[in-house]
Structure formats: structure tokens, C-alpha cells
Design a protein around this ligand. Structure first.
Ligand code: FMN
Length: 478
């Protein structure tokens, strides 16, 4: 006897058939004997049956479908919430297992977040935890929703500023970008030191170039303008950039700021300071319209000669060029300018020189610091690294992770002290080893306005910023 499902009609090549399933549909296209048997079955008339009772099976189906919908919805709410432990305990180990190379894992993370955001399935902070104002902080006279930032290098090409903002920070720094595209160093160039939750990288400022990033950021502003009823044309873009949408023109989020980091090309000779300054100014001309903060990177350890630009003379010239270019952009409010300095250039003479350049040039603040060329002692004290990790420590590149933290606090205090006094106040953002809310509070107490993270996020996953902010609230409530 023909079942209920065999009587479902299917139109194929003008003829009507009945089919039980998708599998049957596929087989129907072939010429096998099953096909003949099936078609002959469907031509047999079904004997009259009694009218169907409101069946139990229909009710079961209803219950099953409703339960499935509820489970899927609950699952969606869970996995898209930054508080879900699945991000740290499942997603991070899974990505690490699937991608033994740390750079491949980085790309997978960025691509995955970008795609999830496009589908509306990205992790996000629910219930706007910052709305109570308890973590609000003043930077450049602007009220940030919280004092946590994501450091440069995590989103090198500005692929995911919006999904990163959705993870809860008040500052997202994209880049570093260089004027012309450059490949960076040969692979492999990123290494994990898992026992230390640390990394060593020698990316060498791989960049798609400032023009590419400007195009990406421009499209982002255009999409925002269109979605908020300003239209889809140059005037609409300019109105958003002039602040008419009521949000900062870089971040496009209330209470948040977008920092765009710029650097020189590897092939621009560091001995030609005018050419070097020209590299930075080229990037600023293209990118500053889309930034709330422009960050000048003179501290990557992986571009030969770059750190030498932190000497007072060249730094003053470069920073003056950047500040001048940032003030000239066609926008109602101009971006702030910060310089990101190295934790290794830490002698009194070097710190004094940098502070002098900061004051002379009119830069608004300093990001202290970056990865280190040193190899800090393992944590906990006395811990002996496995042989494989000791081998990893011999890789050339900048070290990042929790072992940097103590040095960061100390260097923030020194910059705070040296930048105090005459002239406009300078903001300090801290970067290096910050992993917990307690540590974030410690760098804020030392004089920073913002605590930035990178490596902690690669080990802790997309819930890291939310966790650190919650710990910060607890620290402050005690
Ligand atoms: C893989 C990787 C890439 C990075 N790329 C950049 C970069 O392009 N520009 C930059 O200024 N800092 C870069 N950094 C440095 C971080 O922004 C940060 O200053 C440093 O890692 C110290 O902070 P952390 O211990 O929280 O990671 C990079 C760090 C890592 C681990």
C-alpha cells in the first residue's frame, strides 16, 4: 500500500510523480530498476481509506519541532553570548587543534568572526553591561564606556572592527598598515608558548597597504550611513564623518573609539627621515578620516631599523608630520594622535627622548608598549619550560603575554611621571601582558587610561574582554 509520503506529488519534466523522499528524487533521475519499480508503485491506485483521525503522530511532530526550535534558539543565545564558556574551552582548543600553525589559526579566527558577523551569529555582549556607567572613563575629553582596548595586530587589515567592538572593548586598534602593500617575513612567523599563554611573532608588518584599508573603512562608513537613513552618496558619508549620526566617526559606536595604526614600509630607508615621515603622512592622509585615533608605530621589533626611529630627533620630525597631516583632514573633528613605544627602549635617556618628542610634536598620547625582544622568565617563578618551548624561545621575534605585565606597569608609571607637568595632558594606554581585571586595574592605577590586550584574547577567546571587565567591576566593588 502506498504510504502518505509516497503520495507527495513531484513535477519532473512535465510529468507528475509521487515521491517519499529527497533520496527518491535523486534516484528518479537515474535509469535503474529501482526507478522502474518506484514509478510502477506510484501508478497503483490506493484503496479507499477511512478519513484520517487527528493523529498522535501529528502532535508528536509538533512537539518535536517546537522543542527543536527552542533548543536551537537557546543554543543561539548561548553561543552568541560572550559569557559562554564554550568560547574559551571549546572554540580556542578546537582552532588550535585544527590549525597547528599559529598564523593559520589567526586567519581562521578572523575569517570565522567575519562570517559569523555577516550571518548575525557572532558572539556579543548581551544586556549592555556597560550601561550602568561603572566602568566609564574619560579619554581626550570623551567618555568611553569602559577602559579596555584590543591592541594593534589582531585585525591587521580592518576586516573585523565591528565584530571586535561587539566583544565589549571601548577601543579597537586596527592595523598596522603601511603605505604600500608588503608581505612581511617568510612563514612560519608566529609561535605559541602554550605553558606561558604567550606568543612570539615576527610578522614584519604584513599589510595590504593603506589604500586597501581606506577602501574597507570607507565602505564601512557608507554602509552605516545607508543603514541610518543618510543615503548612499559622498554627502551621506561626509555627514557621518562630521558626527551628524551622534557617534564618533571612527568607531561608529557610542562610547567607543577606533584607532588606526600606521607604519613605514620596510624598504623605505630609515636613514632618510623625510622619506620615512612621508610614509606615515601618506597613511594618515588616506586613513585619518576614518579614525578617532591615529597610532604611529615606531616600536615593532620586526622591521629592521624601526625602533631606531624612537630617538628624539627623528621621532619629533615624524610625529610633527603626522600631527600636521591629521589636523588637515576634511572632517569636523580631527583624530587624536598617539605613538606606540617599545618596552625595550627603556633607559632614562630613551624615555626622556620619547617624552620630549611627544611634547614637541603635539601628539596626544603614548601607547606603552609592544612586544619585547627579551625573553622574560617563565611563570610561575622557577617553572622550567619543556624542551620544545625552550626551542621556541630561540625564534627571532617579539614576545608577548603575561610575563610582560610587571614591566608594563613599571613603564606606564615612568611615562606618567615624565609626561606630567607643563603642556597639554597626555593620555597613556597600556599594552603588554594584561590578562585579568586585577591587572587592568593595576595599569590604570599606574596612570593609564586604557588597558589593551592581544595575547590574552588569543588564549581566552571571544569572551576575554567581558571576563576582564567583570573582574574589573569586582575589584572596584571591594
Ligand atoms: C601576532 C601578533 C601580531 C602583532 N602585530 C602588531 C602590529 O601589527 N602592530 C603593533 O603595534 N603591535 C602588534 N602586536 C603587539 C600587540 O599589539 C601588543 O602590543 C603586544 O602583543 C603586547 O600585548 P599582549 O601581551 O597583550 O599581547 C602584535 C602582537 C602579536 C602577538
Amino acid at each position: 500500500m502506498a504510504t502518505r509520503s509516497t503520495l507527495r506529488p513531484l513535477r519532473l519534466n512535465g510529468a507528475t510523480f509521487s515521491t517519499p523522499s529527497h533520496k527518491s528524487q535523486l534516484l528518479l533521475r537515474g535509469k535503474g530498476s529501482w526507478n522502474k519499480r518506484f514509478t510502477s508503485t506510484t501508478t497503483t491506485a490506493a484503496p479507499p481509506t477511512a478519513p484520517a483521525k487527528p493523529s498522535k503522530s501529528r502532535f508528536r511532530k509538533y512537539v518535536f519541532r517546537t522543542s527543536l526550535a527552542l533548543v536551537l534558539f537557546g543554543g543561539y543565545l548561548y553561543v552568541t553570548d560572550t559569557r559562554a564558556s564554550v568560547h574559551k574551552y571549546v572554540a580556542v582548543p578546537l582552532v588550535r587543534w585544527l590549525y597547528p600553525d599559529a598564523e593559520d589559526a589567526h586567519h581562521a579566527g578572523v575569517d570565522g568572526l567575519k562570517e559569523l558577523y555577516r550571518l548575525g551569529l557572532h558572539p556579543r555582549e548581551r544586556d549592555s553591561p556597560d550601561k550602568d556607567g561603572k566602568l566609564a572613563t574619560e579619554v581626550f575629553g570623551y567618555t568611553l564606556s569602559n577602559p579596555i582596548g584590543i591592541s594593534g595586530g589582531l585585525d591587521k587589515h580592518a576586516d573585523i572592527p565591528d565584530p571586535l567592538f561587539e566583544l565589549g572593548p571601548a577601543i579597537v586598534e586596527v592595523g598596522g598598515t603601511t603605505p604600500l602593500p608588503q608581505d612581511g617575513n617568510p612563514k612560519p612567523r608566529v609561535f605559541r608558548v602554550v605553558s606561558q599563554s604567550a606568543m612570539i611573532n615576527r610578522y614584519g608588518l604584513n599589510s595590504k597597504g593603506a589604500d586597501h584599508m581606506a577602501k574597507v573603512l570607507k565602505e564601512r562608513v557608507r554602509a552605516f550611513a545607508y543603514a541610518h537613513g543618510f543615503g548612499d552618496h559622498d554627502v551621506a558619508e561626509q555627514r557621518v564623518l562630521n558626527g551628524e549620526a551622534g557617534v564618533p566617526p571612527g568607531s561608529l559606536f557610542d562610547g567607543k573609539l577606533l584607532a588606526v595604526q600606521v607604519a613605514k614600509n620596510k624598504l623605505t630607508p630609515e636613514s632618510d627621515i623625510a622619506a620615512v615621515a612621508g610614509d606615515y603622512v601618506y597613511c594618515v592622509d588616506r586613513l585619518a578620516p576614518y579614525a578617532d585615533i591615529v597610532v604611529v608605530n615606531v616600536s615593532s621589533p620586526n622591521t629592521p631599523g624601526l625602533r631606531g626611529l624612537q630617538a628624539a630627533g627623528p621621532l619629533t620630525e615624524i610625529l610633527k608630520g603626522v600631527v600636521g597631516a591629521a589636523r588637515k583632514i576634511d572632517r569636523k573633528t580631527k583624530p587624536f594622535v598617539m605613538v606606540k613605544v617599545s618596552p625595550d627602549e627603556d633607559s632614562d635617556e630613551q624615555v626622556d627622548g620619547i617624552c620630549h618628542a611627544v611634547r614637541e610634536s603635539g601628539v596626544d598620547g603614548v601607547i606603552v608598549g609592544n612586544t619585547t625582544n627579551r625573553r622574560p622568565n617563565p611563570l610561575p617563578r622557577g617553572y622550567v619550560l619543556p624542551a620544545k618551548e625552550q626551542q621556541t624561545l630561540t625564534e627571532t621575534g617579539g614576545y608577548s603575554g603575561p610575563q610582560l605585565f610587571e614591566g608594563t606597569v613599571a613603564l606606564v608609571s615612568r611615562y606618567k611621571e615624565k609626561l606630567a607637568g607643563e603642556g597639554a595632558p597626555k593620555a597613556i594606554f597600556a599594552s603588554g601582558g594584561i590578562t585579568t581585571g586585577q591587572q587592568a586595574q593595576a595599569v590604570l592605577d599606574a596612570g593609564a587610561s586604557v588597558a589593551m590586550m592581544y595575547t590574552a584574547i588569543t588564549y581566552g577567546g571571544s569572551g576575554t574582554v567581558t571576563r576582564v571587565k567583570n573582574e574589573l567591576r569586582e575589584v572596584r566593588e571591594k
